[in-house]
Design a protein. Sequence first.
Length: 97
Amino acid sequence: MPGILALADRERLRRLFTEAGFADPDVEEVPFDLRFAGMDDYWGFLTGVAGAIAMVLNRLSEDDQERVRDELAAQLGQVGESHPFELPAKSLVVSAA
């Protein structure tokens, strides 16, 4: 069974679309930024919206969740809880006929 990042593989995406009957699928990388009002906003995204990441985080004890949250805040360089920030992201978009 494919892992949580299986659709992040360009060749796998291309193969899936080809096997589904689409001719010559094109996979394009589209960059964008995720904007967060602060660490609370980012943590809410990770624990409520971010699919597989949310499932893993929500299985942790409250103490472990707090340690992960503190480590993320330290790595993001956040001085306080309410400083806005952006994180670069990308999406793979497939077009085919």
